[in-house]
Design a protein around this ligand. Structure first.
Ligand code: LMR
Length: 331
């Protein structure tokens, strides 16, 4: 009798779909920007694909807008395993001890997305992702955002206009050099604190791609926005290595294919999103838009070349030279 009951229980357990037996694997994906940005949309798209392709065996919880963690905290949380996935800006890897990613912050290094992709989709990009493993992380992909505009409460046309201004930057030494090269005083602040810092005058200005400027309403507290496209801001998608390697192989494969498609999606919406955000900033009439003349732009580039000189050693001369070769940057 007992044997029969046992056999019936075993048969029933085997007949149940796998998802009904085990609680889903949770992936907490924390980020600091709005849902309606290239990164926000791509994170939500990854969630959709991952949950579909694992047939509910994985649940992705996306926490946008620094809801769960701010910039610095989220890196620590990933290493400790309190979250499983992040997509931090490439300008935020220095404090982690991987300074090479700061090459993406070098002013005027990329003229457009095509030049950027030579690096993110080429050997240098792969080499940098590999370095993350020494920190207990795996870099799954690069996600694009866009080229930065510069904002302040005074018009910024020539390097001299920055003199004495307190400018918010991300935690990158290259960005620190960039701001100092034009006479500004850089100040590192978490992304979640930028709007208030601009509103209350803790800082005078900042730089970001239009998608971030617009969704954080920075244009409402900045009188002028210069279309400088002086630098790039984008992301690497990171997972905790122990967590990732501990996943069942079929689940990991489904997540990898979801990430591949989410990356194509991210990189296909980034430019359009930034163009639309800039159009919305213009339409709002809250800040005056400044377009640089070729001479003015050349003056920015000349001044900011100092940020290259000062940081080549920090990033690695061989890596920088490789990137110069790919993008054709000339001091
Ligand atoms: C910033 O801090 O300005 C950006 O890195 C925010 C982001 O994630 O795009």
């Amino acid at each position: 009798m007992f044997k029969k009951i046992l056999a019936a229980v075993v048969t029933l357990a085997l007949a149940l779909p796998l998802g009904a037996q085990a609680a889903p694997i949770i992936i907490k994906f924390s980020h600091v920007v709005a849902n309606d940005t290239p990164k926000g949309q791509a994170a939500n798209y990854f969630k959709k694909l991952a949950e579909e392709r694992t047939k509910g065996r994985v649940k992705v919880e996306v926490y946008p807008n620094s809801q769960l963690f701010k910039d610095k905290e989220e890196m620590e949380a990933l290493q400790m395993g309190s979250v499983q996935m992040l997509a931090p800006s490439l300008a935020k890897f220095g404090p982690l001890g991987i300074k090479e990613f700061e090459l993406f912050d070098l002013p005027f290094i990329f003229d457009d997305y095509a030049e950027l992709h030579k690096v993110t989709q080429g050997p240098v990009g792969a080499k940098l992702l590999k370095k993350l493993e020494t920190k207990g992380l795996i870099g799954l992909a690069y996600w694009d955002n866009g080229f930065k505009v510069m904002s302040a409460n005074k018009p910024l046309r020539v390097p001299g206009d920055f003199r004495g201004l307190k400018m918010r930057i991300q935690s990158s030494k290259v960005l620190d050099s960039e701001m100092r090269s034009v006479g500004a005083m850089p100040q590192v602040l978490a992304f979640s604190e930028v709007y208030q810092a601009l509103q209350t005058g803790v800082v005078d200005g900042t730089e970001n791609p239009p998608s971030n400027l617009y969704t954080q309403k920075m244009h409402e507290v900045q009188k002028y926005v210069t279309l400088s496209n002086h630098g790039y801001l984008g992301y690497a998608v990171l997972v905790n290595k122990k967590f990732w390697m501990g996943l069942p192989a079929d689940i990991r494969a489904a997540l990898e294919s979801s990430m591949k498609d989410a990356t194509v999606f991210a990189n296909s919406v980034a430019k359009k999103d930034n163009d639309q955000a800039m159009a919305a900033v213009k339409k709002s009439g809250r800040s005056q838009i400044i377009t640089l003349t070729p001479q003015e732009k050349a003056a920015w580039k000349k001044a900011m070349d100092k940020a290259h000189k000062e940081n080549i050693g920090r990033i690695g001369a061989a890596t920088v030279q490789e990137v110069y070769k790919e993008t054709g940057y000339k001091p």
